[in-house]
Write a protein that binds this ligand. Structure first.
Ligand SMILES: [Zn+2]
Length: 61
């Protein structure tokens, strides 16, 4: 299993939250609720050979 953690800033409340990512998938986006303000955000990330390249979080409407 290629799993890692990454920190992103919540687009709603600005708090940094910890994400658990499965890097066996090359790219993925999914909706996650902020653990601080409970509002949904779209998390997108890419991984190459099990290494995280990019991660971002955007407000979900
Ligand atoms: Zn938040």
């Amino acid at each position: 299993m290629f799993e890692t953690t990454a920190e992103v800033m919540c687009p709603h409340c600005g708090e940094t939250i910890l994400l658990f990512l499965d890097l066996s998938v090359e790219s993925q986006s999914y909706i996650e609720d902020c653990s601080v303000c409970c509002q949904p955000m779209t998390v997108s990330y890419t991984a190459i050979d099990g290494e995280l390249q990019e991660v971002s979080a955007e407000a979900s409407s």
